[in-house]
Structure formats: C-alpha cells, structure tokens
Design a protein around this ligand. Structure first.
Ligand SMILES: Nc1ncnc2c1ncn2[C@@H]1O[C@H](COP(=O)(O)OP(=O)(O)OP(=O)(O)O)[C@@H](O)[C@H]1O
Ligand SMILES: [Mg+2]
Length: 738
C-alpha cells in the first residue's frame, strides 16, 4: 500500500503530547520551529492521503466499470439461454410469444414462393432462416430480423411483397441503397418505385395515383424515413391505399437506425412508430444486420411491435477470412504491401474496398495505388454528391477495382462480390469493424478482411470518440482484438454480440497460421514507462504517447538500442487498455490532443502487485491465396455480364449473373435452355439464355481444340487446377495446396 511509504505518519503522532486528561490534544510548549515542521508534516500527509484516495477511487471506478461489463455480459448470456431453450437452435430463435410456433412446416403458399424464388429471383435454395421469416410474414405476423450483412434480408420482404398482392412499403435510410434496390428489382421485372427527395414530378404523380386508385401496378414502394415523418401528402395517400385494403406489408430496412444506441442513429427513424399506430393490422418486418439485445428491445418498443416474431441469425460470416497485419510506420511500405496483396491475390480486377481514417488519407492512398498500377479512386463526405455517385457507379459496374473510402462509404453498399476489405487504420469499435469488413463476400463466396494495425493510430481514433457513449471502451475492445496474436478473431465477434462461439475452421490468421507465440513478462519496462508518466504528472507536464516513447529512450539510453519506438508504443497502448495508464484529452483550436496519464491500476503495477505480459510471435504471413479467381469459361461469362450491363445502362453485372451462378454454369456446362433454366431460373434464361449458351459452346469448342493440342492448354489447365469446386459452390484452396 502507498501508506507504508507515507513519510512522517508516525513522526507526526509522536510530536504531539497528550498530557491533558480531557483527552484533547494539546501543544506542550514546543518552540515555533518545531511547530512549523509539524504543520509541514501534516500538510505532506494530507497530500499523500489525497494521492492515495485518488488511487483508490480510480481502482473503484475501474472495478465498477468491470462490474458493469460483467452484468451486461450476464444479461446477454441469460437472454441467449432463454432463446436457446425456446428454439433448440443456437443460431435461430423466435422470440416473444411465438416460441412454440413452427415456421418451417408446410404452408399453403410454399409452391408459389418456390416458383417466385427460383424463376423470378434466380435463387436456387433458401439460406438460413429465410423460409421461416417469409412464412411468418405471410402469416400476417410482425417480424424482427437480425441477420448478418449479406445474409439475404431483402428476399425476406421482397418475396412476400410479390406473394401478398397489393403494395409493400419499404423504408430505407439511404438514397443510394434505394436506387440500387429499385434498379435490381426492375431488372427482374418487378414493379418497384421510389419516392425520395430526388424523385421527379412524373414519378411522384404515378406513385400517388397508384397508391390512391390502385389502378397501376405498384408492388414495392421504397421511401426514405423523412417521407413518413414529414410529408403529410404522402401519408394521406398511403392511408387511402390502406383503406382500400391494398397496403399489404411494411418493411423497415436497416432498422438499427431507430435506436440511438445503434451505430447509425437517424432521428427520422424515431417517427416510424406512426406506421404501426396508423396501420395496426398491416404486418411489419424490421430488418438489421446487427443489434445487441439492448438495441433489439429498443427497436421493438419504438416500432410498436411487442408481439413480433424474432429471428436472430448468427453473426458468423464463415466465408470471410479475418486477419490483422502489423502496419509499418513508413506510409510507403504500407501502400506497397496493400498493392502487392491486391496484385497477387486479385489480378482479375475483383472488387475491393480500402478504408482510411481521413479524407486526405483516402485521396493520398488512392493516388498511391494508382501509381502502382491499381485501378483505384477515392470516396468521402467532402466530395460533391455527383462525383461520389460517379465513383460508386464505376465501381459497381466493375470499371473501377478499388474504392478508397472513409466511413462515409458505408451503408449504401450493396455490391455482393466485394472480394476484399482492407482497413488502412483501425475502426472505432468492434461493431463498426464488423459492419465495414462485412461488406466483403455478401454473395457468400470466400473473401478477405485485413486490418493494418499500428499503436500510433489509437490516439488518432481515441481523440475522435472519447466523448461518445462508451466511445473509449468500444475502441479499446477493437485494440485488444488487434493486439492479440493467439485468440480467434471470430470469437471476438461472438463475444461482442453475445453469441456462443462457433468453429472458425481456420478462417482467421490466428487459427490458420501456426506460429510460435511467447508470453513475455514486461512488467519492469512497464514500470519505467509508468514512473516516467508519474514524474511528468508531478511536474504538471503533459505527455503524448509519441513524446513518452522519445523521452523514455532518451532517459534510458541503455535500453534504446534494443527498444524500438513501435514496441514502446505497443506497450503504452497495452497499459492504456489494461487501465494502468489512461488517456486524457485537451482541445486546441485545431485539434484534440490525447495525453497519457496515470490510470487506476498504475500504483498496483508500481508496487509489484500487477504484472504485464505481452505476446510476441514469429508469425509470418504465409503467401497463400484465399481468393477465388475466374478462369476459362468463368472469365468469359464475367465479360458477358459486364457487356450486357454496359449495353443496358440500368442493370448491374451481378444482377445479370451472380458470381455463384457463373460458377454453377461453368461446372455444369448446360447445353440447352432447359438445362440452363434449372440453374438460373426462367426469367434470366429468357433474357440472356441464348448468349450464355453461345459462350458455353464457344468455350467447349476451344477446349476440345486444346485437348487435341495439349501444349496450348497448359496455362488454362494449370489455372483451373487451382480451384476445386463442388456442384454449386466454390471451395477455398490455398495456392500452395493446389
Ligand atoms: N438464398 C440465397 N441464395 C443465394 N444468394 C442469395 C440468397 N439470398 C440472397 N442472396 C444474395 O445475397 C446477396 C446479399 O443479399 P441482401 O442484399 O439481401 O443482403 P442483406 O442481408 O440485406 O445484407 P446487408 O445487411 O448488407 O444489407 C444478394 O446478392 C442476394 O441476391
Ligand atoms: Mg440489406
């Protein structure tokens, strides 16, 4: 305890006489010099007590915070247990009053649903929970859907929209998302419209007339939340549609925007409660990719759907390979590494995103990548809307390989075949990282998520988030994720979202790469760091993480040869996330600075009651190819879909043929329209069947020639050997294994 070091406690007591028998302390004729020494000693003890009290208070608040975390986790686990008991399944649960209902059984609309799924949407089988959700909606129930990004939430309301007749209203937060969806549905021949701030007069007239009179076909109507909360005209037309019995379903997409606890709160979403109040009998489905228990409860309350059936799917994205790489302090080296990675793994122009911290960085990195021969452009909030849209479009049409964006390049991204998401610097929380990295592989095919981590990036983020609710705590969670060299990356997501762990199947660096990780006790070095902070604090001096590293190396010259700046920074960040040190913030007219100060557990370390261990590893990123890449016929079909998309102008390549469909056609090689229809459904066969078959035939002819002259076929065959395929699925292969 610090008390043992407190000087003068005994001396102070000894200098008092207590000769009075009334028990009061009296001075006993001591001279003035002794008197002043006594009061100095008392002052000193008081000061020491203050320090000690501050220390104890710090420890208490760290413990309270820890206690809060434990309570929160406890309540998550209890809910999880309840859900498990109700559903008997670890990944899907029907909540509320519906625990006993079975949504997987046969329903009268089954065959119609199957027909629309396959022949209109071209989807051969349902994914987890889709069928059950559709059945619940078709039964007229309110439904809450929590399903991972790319899980296929759109189909869950689009298919019932077609089956139920009348009009389905979809509220969606972003113009770009709405445009994408309407375009995609139109390409499938589904009558979908939108009403947004940019809708032209003609379009508005058509929609209002269709709502009011019901003469024209209006299956799905997309609106932004502002329409519901601000346009009386729209609400009155919608009421007419409802009164005529034609409002068949209300869908709230990206429903987490309702909750202020969510990462993307939109004030206008708060007013959506009016929909259930006005139209209580119309089923409502709310969908989101991520919602903690707290946000789920919030949504149910705000949307007035207390009796909803809840479907919670796993947050797991088994097709994503997560890894963290050490980020060099030299910017050029980082860009080189990113460029090499893209060139080596994605040489066929496969789409990717690089996320950066600042707008300036985006522009710089996009330029650097272009210099290295990669087709890249930037996207951030400072750009003109048209410019942004242009970049987004070029990327969506596969004319641009990489978008280098800030977080502004977010929710509106609907591209299913993004093969890699690279974080040039860390995200602000596990939740945002899950969201951002989750834009990879929405089509279910193998894709990669790489985060470049460097301790010096932490203060940049912390000075942005420290005023947010739980901002620092959330940031430190992702820092722990980055610092760990042993824990499964996937399990960090399961923990964060309160879900039981599932097997990673070697789909993260820590699980896949065998490496020797050593735990090294760095308590002595940590003490030097903390003592230095203490010294500076005693002199009322502030110190940033960067300065701290320099000062330490200057003071301990003997250490500086061995200790690299990066390592000290790594340790300082570790001490911060472990509450030994603490970040404090000060605003200047230009920025907010993060300073390092003594944390609640600093004294425990200094007094030897706490040890600090760091993981050190010799892990080498094995040059492995975890990507899928097109070869032979697939390349041709990829070109064909781009060609059709370019000629039409309004259809995106992945709407013509998905990457999965390209894989299936290439492996099954249909030679008639009937056979093709079994793979991609009626609609797409009618539209593009002849051209696809032509391509298959041409490819077969070339292959036959190559069989006759094997020398020519070498490249093609050896490339296709690198891919293993099951019937409908592309399987991940390490290049070394192939
Ligand atoms: N059953 C299925 N089989 C194959 N592909 C599917 C299936 N369901 C949906 N998809 C495809 O998966 C992709 C992602 O679907 P969707 O846009 O609905 O995802 P989402 O759950 O809304 O994701 P996000 O949270 O990112 O919006 C789309 O390309 C869609 O066509
Ligand atoms: Mg969606």
């Amino acid at each position: 305890m610090a008390a043992s070091k407190t000087p003068g406690r005994g001396a102070v007591v000894a200098s008092y006489g207590s000769d009075a028998d009334d028990g009061r302390v009296k001075h006993t004729g001591v001279d003035p010099a002794t008197d002043s020494m006594e009061s100095e000693a008392i002052q000193e003890e008081l000061q020491n007590l203050d320090v000690e009290l501050k220390d104890v208070q710090g420890q208490i608040s760290a413990l309270i915070e820890h206690q809060d975390k434990l309570y929160e986790r406890k309540s998550e686990l209890k809910t999880l247990l309840k859900a498990l008991a109700a559903s008997g399944s670890p990944v899907a649960s029907s909540g509320g009053s519906s625990a006993v209902e079975n949504w997987s059984e046969a329903f009268e609309w089954d065959s119609r649903a199957d027909d629309v799924r396959f022949n209109t949407f071209g989807i051969s089988t349902y994914r987890a929970n889709q069928k059950e959700i559709i059945n619940a909606i078709m039964s007229g129930r309110d439904v809450l859907v929590i399903m991972a990004a790319g899980g296929g939430k759109s189909l869950c309301y689009q298919l019932p929209a077609i089956l139920r007749g009348g009009t389905t209203l979809v509220v969606s937060p972003l113009l770009s998302l709405i445009q994408d969806q309407v375009m995609g549905l139109a390409a499938l021949g589904i009558s979908a419209y939108m009403l947004t701030s940019t809708s032209g007069k003609e379009n508005e007239k058509f929609v209002y007339k269709a709502l009011e009179k019901g003469e024209d076909d209006l299956k799905i109507l997309y609106v932004t939340p502002e329409k519901v909360s601000k346009s009386k005209r729209f609400m009155s037309k919608l009421e007419k549609c409802h009164n005529a019995g034609r409002l068949s379903l209300i869908s709230i997409d990206e429903a987490h925007c309702c909750s202020q606890w969510g990462h993307d709160f939109r004030p206008d979403y708060k007013n959506l409660s009016i929909l259930k109040t006005q139209f209580p009998k119309v089923p409502m489905v709310a969908l989101t990719a991520t919602a903690t228990q707290k946000i789920q409860n919030d949504l149910i309350e705000m949307l007035h759907i207390p009796k909803c059936v809840k479907f919670v799917s796993s947050v797991n994205r088994p097709n994503l390979f997560y890894s963290v790489r050490e980020k060099s302090a030299v910017g050029k080296v980082v860009v080189d590494e990113i460029a090499d990675f893209i060139r080596e793994s994605y040489s066929n122009n496969e789409s990717g995103i690089v996320y950066c911290f600042s707008r300036k960085e985006c522009e710089q990195i996009a330029g650097d990548l272009r210099e290295r021969g990669i087709s890249a452009d930037y996207y951030h909030a400072d750009m003109d809307v048209n410019m942004r849209e242009k970049v987004h479009m070029r990327w969506s049409k596969n004319k641009l390989q990489v978008i280098v964006g800030t977080v502004a390049f977010g929710m509106g991204i609907n591209k299913p075949d993004v093969r890699f998401v690279i974080h040039h610097s860390l995200s602000k929380s596990m939740e945002t990282y899950y969201q951002e990295s989750g834009r990879a592989g929405r089509d279910g095919l193998p894709s990669e998520c790489i985060l470049f981590f460097r301790s010096a990036d932490v203060p940049r983020q912390s000075s942005m988030v420290f005023y947010e609710y739980s901002g620092l705590r959330n940031l430190y969670d992702i820092v722990r994720y980055c610092q760990s060299k042993t824990k499964c990356r996937r399990s960090a997501f399961f923990r964060h979202f309160g879900e039981p762990s599932q097997d990673c199947n070697g789909m993260c660096d820590n699980c896949a790469l065998s490496s020797e990780v050593e735990e090294v006790d760095v308590s002595d070095l940590a003490k030097l760091v903390v003592s230095m902070v203490q010294e500076m604090q005693a002199k009322d001096q502030r110190v940033t993480m960067l300065q701290l590293g320099d000062k330490l190396r200057n003071k301990h010259k003997d250490l500086s040869a061995e200790l690299k700046r990066d390592e000290i920074e790594h340790l300082v960040i570790k001490l911060i996330v472990d509450s030994v040190l603490k970040e404090e913030f000060q605003h200047t007219p230009y920025s907010t600075n993060a300073y390092v100060t003594m944390g609640p557990l600093a004294n425990q370390l200094l007094q030897g009651r706490k040890t600090i261990k760091m993981e050190s590893s010799s892990k080498q990123i094995k040059k492995s190819k975890r990507s899928i890449s097109f070869s032979g016929l697939e390349l041709k079909l990829d070109e064909l879909r781009k060609e059709i998309s370019a000629a039409d102008g309004n259809i995106l390549p992945h709407t013509v043929l998905s990457t999965q469909q390209i894989g299936s056609i290439s492996s099954q090689k249909p030679d008639s329209l009937q056979e093709l229809e079994k793979i991609i459904g009626k609609l797409k066969t009618e539209k593009y069947g002849d051209r696809i078959l032509e391509e298959v035939k041409r490819h077969d002819a070339v292959s036959e020639q190559l069989v006759e002259d094997p020398a020519k076929g070498e490249t093609c065959k050896s490339r296709s050997r690198k891919r293993a395929k099951t019937e409908n699925e592309v399987v991940l292969l390490d290049e070394e294994d192939a």
